[in-house]
Design a protein around this ligand. Structure first.
Ligand SMILES: *[C@@H]1O[C@H](CO)[C@@H](O)[C@H](O)[C@H]1NC(C)=O
Ligand SMILES: *[C@@H]1O[C@H](CO)[C@@H](O)[C@H](O)[C@H]1NC(C)=O
Ligand SMILES: *[C@@H]1O[C@H](CO)[C@@H](O)[C@H](O)[C@H]1NC(C)=O
Ligand SMILES: *[C@@H]1O[C@H](CO)[C@@H](O)[C@H](O)[C@H]1NC(C)=O
Length: 410
């Protein structure tokens, strides 16, 4: 009897798979899968173009977006993206950090007894002081390898010089993102350049970063604040830019159409997604009082070009913004398409990670002696004289050895 029931169920299951491959058909998966597009365990997924690695990214993204309900779509505009088990898609955590080595700041990385930490490079201010572009890129390469092996701040600037910061950003991002198989459109990791823009104040003389209004001339923007971001997008081909908390000339950066859709997407042609700081949108409403309602805030940000919200503001207010006619599903499709395209380029929808490039990295690839040595080299190359004791400066032309020299011997 039990056997007969099972047979009926199985028959029905196979029938369902083979006879329904329209956009709305979904095979039934018992639980959240370990990875997306697991076609060997669930052959029904083969019928989904978004799992087809032979298709281009846009075709796959469009197919995926078409299969989602509005509620599911809204699950993909926040950092803790909610998977869709009926489509074989697990949850995804967008937030992890690697300013100078993979860090446990952000829920995307968890160190364990097996991997208690990652190679820690010097603070970027010191790395900047090496003025060595090939070193910037090498660090990025090590960090992306360790990040993929783990899978998963403070002084966040390489300096005040826009030229050096631009070179640093582009080289570090190239090191992070570029794959060893030379495939230019695909990503090893997706990097994010932050925080855009004119974001210099944390907590200074009563001015808080959450609501500070940076009054900046166009010339200063173009000469000082924008070049590192521009270079990060144009020369580094970064996958993401994060808008900051502050306002620039009276407008919150995450709600400024000109800065997001106009400059990043329009002029610089970002190939990726724009993400808010955590939680910039909440601050626009609660601390800056820039908008009248949370729904208006959600609509302003998405219509300005924001694709992903670090935090839960868009989980809470997107549906209501749509219900009030401030946003529509087309706006949401645009945002999640940029997010999904990035995941496609990372191989998230390419099935079994262990069959992909970088899928077999593990604890043995973290904190290797070579990685540690590179961190030491950066420290050595970036060391800066803070106090001129012993008359070390000015250097004499007769002094050939700079480091470790004793001027009185020159
Ligand atoms: C769907 O999957 C079945 C079984 O794997 C296959 O026979 C069929 O051709 C597929 N349909 C499409 C549209 O790929
Ligand atoms: C820059 O870094 C590279 C890579 O570590 C190193 O080979 C090179 O000697 C460095 N350049 C200078 C000028 O120190
Ligand atoms: C959604 O709104 C945009 C403007 O933001 C408009 O261009 C588009 O036609 C609207 N789409 C629908 C389906 O109403
Ligand atoms: C530098 O050389 C002078 C004279 O030889 C010596 O007195 C001094 O201690 C040396 N300083 C260092 C830091 O080695």
């Amino acid at each position: 009897m039990a056997l007969a029931k099972k047979t009926v169920f199985l028959f029905c299951y196979i029938l369902c798979i083979t006879s329904n491959f329209g956009l709305n058909f979904r095979p039934v998966f018992a639980q959240t899968p370990a990875f997306a597009c697991d076609v060997s365990s669930n052959p029904g997924l083969k019928n989904f173009s978004f799992c087809d690695v032979s298709l281009d990214v846009k075709t796959r993204v469009d197919d995926l977006v078409n299969r989602l309900t509005l509620q599911e779509k809204i699950g993909f505009v926040v950092n803790g993206a909610k998977g869709v088990s009926s489509l074989g898609i697990p949850n995804y955590e967008w937030w992890s950090e690697a300013l100078h080595g993979v860090s446990y700041t952000g829920p995307g990385v968890k160190f364990t007894s097996l991997v208690p930490g990652a190679t820690s490079f010097p603070q970027v201010l010191l790395t900047g002081a090496t003025f060595n572009e090939s070193l910037f890129e090498l660090i990025g390469k090590v960090v992306s390898t360790e990040a993929r092996a783990i899978w998963g701040r403070g002084q966040e600037t390489p300096g005040e010089d826009p030229v050096l910061s631009s070179k640093y950003g582009a080289a570090y991002v190239r090191g992070l993102q570029q794959r060893d198989d030379g495939d230019k459109d695909r990503l090893k990791v997706g990097a994010c350049c932050k925080h855009y823009t004119a974001y210099d104040v944390d907590n200074w003389k009563g001015n808080l970063r959450y609501n500070f209004n940076a009054v900046v001339t166009q010339q200063d923007l173009d000469d000082t604040f924008q070049p590192p971001f521009k270079s990060c997008v144009l020369d580094g081909n970064v996958a993401s830019v994060m808008c900051s908390y502050n306002q620039v000339n009276g407008k919150p950066t995450c709600g400024d159409y000109d800065l997001l859709a106009g400059v990043i997407r329009g002029q610089w042609k970002l190939n990726g997604y724009i993400v808010s700081d955590c939680d910039s949108l909440k601050e626009i409403f609660y601390s800056q009082h820039y908008t009248k309602t949370p729904e208006e805030t959600a609509a302003l940000a998405i219509k300005s070009g924001l694709d992903l919200n670090c935090g839960s503001f868009l989980t809470d207010h997107t549906q209501a913004a749509i219900d009030r006619g401030l946003l529509n599903e087309t706006d949401i499709n645009k945002a999640i398409s940029n997010n999904f395209a990035t995941l496609m380029r990372l191989g998230f929808f390419d099935g079994d990670p262990s069959k992909q490039l970088y899928g077999n990295l593990g604890p043995k690839d973290v904190c290797t002696p070579a990685n540690q040595e590179l961190a030491r080299e950066v420290a050595r190359e970036g060391i800066v004289l803070l106090k001129n004791t012993e008359g070390s400066l000015p250097l004499s032309p007769d002094c050939h050895q700079i480091l470790g020299s004793n001027r009185s011997k020159c």
